[in-house]
Design a protein around this ligand. Structure first.
Ligand code: PHE
Length: 337
């Protein structure tokens, strides 16, 4: 006769199973679950193990049924343990997840730099007059920066102290960072036949000491029109339209006699804005020698060209006293525009 009856074994197994399933189902965290696991399913002294040991005390005839009861309970407890693990892992993931109901952080939007804004605005105004926007290289040869513009070898504008010449191989043609956008006049005329209307806005470089009105790198607007019968009156009309559209209101333009090797006659032009005459740039009728140098017939077409500083008109328009502020990359300054 065994020392354990099948009935008492059944009662013990069912009780343990019920208790284990309840405790595991209620475990609130990993530590609680681990404690319950050890108590019920611990390999050495878990309570399931204790029940298993009773099997030896049963009658041989009762053992198959007792073993079945035991395995059933063990399976149920293992399933409850797995379920509790899955439940706690899910809760942890949920706690770590982003709370999509929280308000977002404001995203700081940037905007276009005031110099670029100015460039785009000038391009847009000139486009209304039929001037196509074109680009030219910033590294130039002597032909486009000087010679084709009738700036001869002895001209002081070619002085190494007034230009950024690049180091080139001995005997190679000197290259430099362009000192003016008038280079683009030549590049376009070399490639196209008149009539043409182009505007080119870009960087130019001169070894000036930076101060409130100078910077070793700045931007120019270059305009060029070549057509049969173009005159100084057309030049003045275009400049006045540009100035009025850009600055707002009716801006007057005045010419003062000047000299540029590639225009004849040459002028400096001023704009009257805010009750003051302000120097804006240089201009003139394209010298017939320049037209001839690019293969145009000066008897058939004439043209005008003008150049002005982008920083200068941007400073005017936005009331900026020091052009160095445009390049300091200080958002407190830039975000105002
Ligand atoms: N390129 C001249 C300068 O930089 C300006 C200019 C442009 C003058 C076109 C006449 C015609 O000073």
């Amino acid at each position: 006769m065994g020392t354990v009856s099948l009935e008492s074994f059944r009662v013990d197994v069912e009780r343990l199973r019920a208790e284990a399933v309840a405790v595991l189902g209620a475990a609130a965290d990993d530590a609680g679950l681990e404690q319950a696991r050890i108590e019920f399913a611990g390999a050495k002294s878990g309570r399931l193990k204790g029940i298993q040991k009773l099997l030896g005390g049963l009658d041989g005839a009762d053992r198959p049924e007792a073993g079945r009861l035991f395995n059933e309970a063990k399976g149920a407890i293992t399933a409850a343990l797995d379920a509790a693990q899955v439940r706690l892992a899910g809760a942890a993931a949920e706690a770590a997840a982003i709370d999509v109901t929280l308000p977002g952080l404001p995203f700081r939007l940037g905007h276009v730099h005031p110099i670029t804004q100015t460039i785009r605005r000038v391009q847009e105004i000139m486009a209304r007059l039929g001037f196509e926007s074109v680009d030219g290289p910033e590294v130039e040869d002597q032909w486009h920066n000087f010679e084709a513009l009738a700036i001869g070898a002895e001209h002081p504008a070619r002085d190494p102290l007034d230009n950024f010449y690049l180091a080139v191989a001995q005997g190679a043609d000197p290259l430099l960072l362009r000192s003016q956008t008038s280079t683009v006049q030549i590049r376009v005329m070399e490639q196209r036949k008149p009539p043409l209307r182009i505007v080119s806005l870009g960087r130019v470089y001169r070894p000036d000491t930076a101060d409130a009105t100078h910077y070793p790198m700045f931007h120019q607007v270059e305009g060029l029109l070549v057509e049969p019968g173009a005159t100084m009156a057309d030049l003045k009309g275009v400049l006045r339209f540009l100035a009025s559209s850009f600055l707002g209101g009716d801006v007057h333009v005045r010419f003062r006699p000047s000299f540029f090797p590639f225009t004849e006659p040459s002028v400096e032009f001023d704009m009257e804005w805010g009750g003051r005459w302000v120097e804006m740039g240089g201009a003139g009728m394209v010298d017939p020698a320049v037209l001839a140098a690019v293969g145009y017939d000066p008897a058939e077409v004439s043209g005008f060209a003008f150049g002005l500083g982008v920083e200068r008109i941007a400073a005017r328009r936005y009331g900026v006293a020091d052009i160095r502020d445009f390049y300091r990359n200080d958002v407190r300054f830039l975000q105002q525009f």
